[in-house]
Ligand binder design. Structure first.
Ligand SMILES: Nc1ncnc2c1ncn2[C@@H]1O[C@H](COP(=O)(O)OP(=O)(O)OP(=O)(O)O)[C@@H](O)[C@H]1O
Ligand SMILES: [Mg+2]
Length: 503
């Protein structure tokens, strides 16, 4: 094919002993959505960052607009019309949405930055995207999902010819995903070439025209989506067939291990929930509905001032995450980079962090102990790293998330709180996490899991609470619930009267 918007050939990239890319070829045509698929650590982000000029390949050539380049500089790539949205949010939390979007392109009038223009221009981009956000809102006030929308808006300011999206949808809820897809389709019609990484295969199948599959840094192949189904895609990715998917543990729930009664904190209003031994309880709701805030309150990150919390029947005051850990609560937060991991530490030291929380600062010195705990926690997660001593910053996004999950499982908690546990995790590892949860609840652990992926909640939970505007609005048995009923409650439809107006 000729006339590719961007093409790369023979791309090789190694980090010490790790071969991230081995002679990979990819080509994005104008007006196509091209999915890049592969397990965690297969080289997707590395390839996109090479196309965006953020990293230089060891070998290979990048062709843009008829010119061959051995590598690109970030500024040069932007000048060539290549925009990218990276997997890790790069926003400055202290600045407003508009300032972040327009960063690097600030309009200067008479030697001063024209803030009014900045916010007006940014607002136009947001409105075009159909994102209901104010350009003057501080980024620090936004959820992870909303921040990701700001990242995308930022990538679109220069009207790029090539747009590279690395897991741009992973922390968005269905409504925001739909809004983003509408934008992507519009851009495609305008002839933009879109490179798209996502672990949500269903979503990929509906959006992409072609897919390139990577496995361990090698090109498996590039195929039109019309020739692929989910099964074929998965077997190309993992090199084996996956048949079982949801691992629903058939456990009769025991005593209540975690209970909240009338808990109120900040926007959270009068929350009452409970989790039993051997039970997986879901928290459904839109982005911003309070699921993460509730988890942070239960964990003592933002302690409850009003209401009662009991663990295994005993009333407790949880004033810090350390106290929560000591009581047997473990927590995998949504924003793993900010709340979960010390990026400059090794995997092992990170794994030891939560154990240390429960046992005092000296525990971290016990190396043998760390390793045992880590090995216990990481069972089945297939973390791709050169060794447990490897620095976490060097791991792929999905593998960093697996480290947080392994670390929390290593504490053998009574209750495990998971916020979007499989976001950014490949299909093979998702299956492993579900299987691991099934084993743990059989041993009596209780699980509270927040997820924006309704099939996931319906697949693994016994019961599901639905949140709307920071309150619990419904409690459903998973066996009797459907995506439709959950969406009904989560969208606030119950508050509308027959005319569609709030009652
Ligand atoms: N700066 C780095 N230093 C060392 N190793 C690295 C570095 N960046 C990436 N790697 C390694 O290169 C391999 C490919 O990583 P990459 O981030 O491209 O994977 P990915 O396909 O995007 O995975 P994920 O789905 O988890 O995001 C991994 O083994 C990773 O550990
Ligand atoms: Mg990645």
């Amino acid at each position: 094919m000729t006339g590719a918007a961007i093409r790369a050939e023979g791309i090789c990239k190694s980090f010490d002993a790790v071969v991230a890319l081995n002679g990979v070829r990819i080509e994005l045509q104008p007006g196509e959505v091209h999915a890049l698929i592969g397990e965690n650590g297969s080289g997707k982000s590395t390839l996109l960052s090479i196309l965006a000029g953020a990293q230089a390949p060891d070998d290979g050539t990048i062709f843009v607009g008829g010119d061959a380049h051995g590598s690109l500089q970030p500024r040069q790539a932007r000048g060539l019309g290549i925009a990218s949205v990276q997997q890790e949010p790069q926003l400055a939390p202290a600045l407003t949405v508009g300032e972040n979007i327009m960063m690097g392109r600030l309009a200067v009038k008479g030697g001063l930055v024209a803030w009014k223009d900045v916010h007006r221009d940014a607002q136009r981009v947001l409105d075009f995207l159909g994102i209901s956000l104010s350009a003057s809102a501080p980024v620090s006030s936004l959820s992870t999902g909303r921040r990701q929308l700001v990242e995308i808006a930022k990538g679109l300011v220069d009207e790029p010819r090539v747009l590279l999206l690395d897991e741009a949808t992973s922390s968005l809820d269905d409504a925001d995903v739909a809004a983003l897809f509408a934008v992507v389709r519009t851009l495609r019609e305008r002839g933009v070439a879109i490179g798209f990484v996502s672990h949500r295969l269903k979503e990929v199948m509906t959006l992409a025209d072609r897919a390139t599959v990577l496995r361990d840094g090698n090109l498996v192949g590039t195929l039109p989506m019309a020739e692929l189904d989910e099964h074929r895609l998965v077997s190309m990715m993992v090199g084996r067939n996956l048949d079982t998917y949801w691992h629903k543990a058939e456990v009769t729930p025991g005593k209540v291990v975690l209970e909240a009664k009338g808990v109120t904190r900040g926007p959270l209003g009068n929350i009452s929930i409970h989790v039993r031994e051997g039970e997986i309880v879901g928290l459904a709701g839109l982005v911003g509905s309070g699921r993460s805030a509730l988890m942070r309150t239960l964990m003592g990150v933002k302690p409850a001032r009003i209401g009662e919390i009991a663990v295994a029947g005993a009333p407790v005051r949880i004033r810090s995450p350390r106290e929560a850990h000591r009581l047997g609560l473990a927590y995998v937060p949504e924003d793993r980079k900010a709340e979960g991991l010390v990026m400059g530490w090794s995997i092992l030291r990170n794994a030891a962090l939560s154990i240390m929380n429960g046992r005092g600062p000296l525990a971290i010195l016990g190396k043998a102990f760390d390793r045992n705990a880590y090995e216990h926690g990481s069972t089945g997660l297939r973390i791709k790293a050169s060794s447990p001593q490897q620095v976490v910053r060097q791991l792929s996004g999905g593998n960093q998330q697996k480290v947080v999950i392994a670390r929390e499982l290593a504490t053998s908690p009574r209750v495990l709180l998971l916020d979007e546990p499989t976001r950014g995790i490949d299909v093979g590892a998702k299956e492993d996490i579900y299987a691991q949860l099934a084993t743990l609840v059989r041993q009596g652990m209780g699980v509270l899991v927040a997820s924006s992926e309704l099939p996931e909640l319906l697949g693994i939970c016994d019961r599901i609470y639905v949140m709307f505007r920071c309150s619990i609005v419904a409690e459903l048995k998973a066996a009797e619930a459907s995506e439709g009923t959950i969406a009904y409650w989560a969208s606030g439809a119950h508050e509308m009267n027959a005319n569609g107006a709030p009652s």
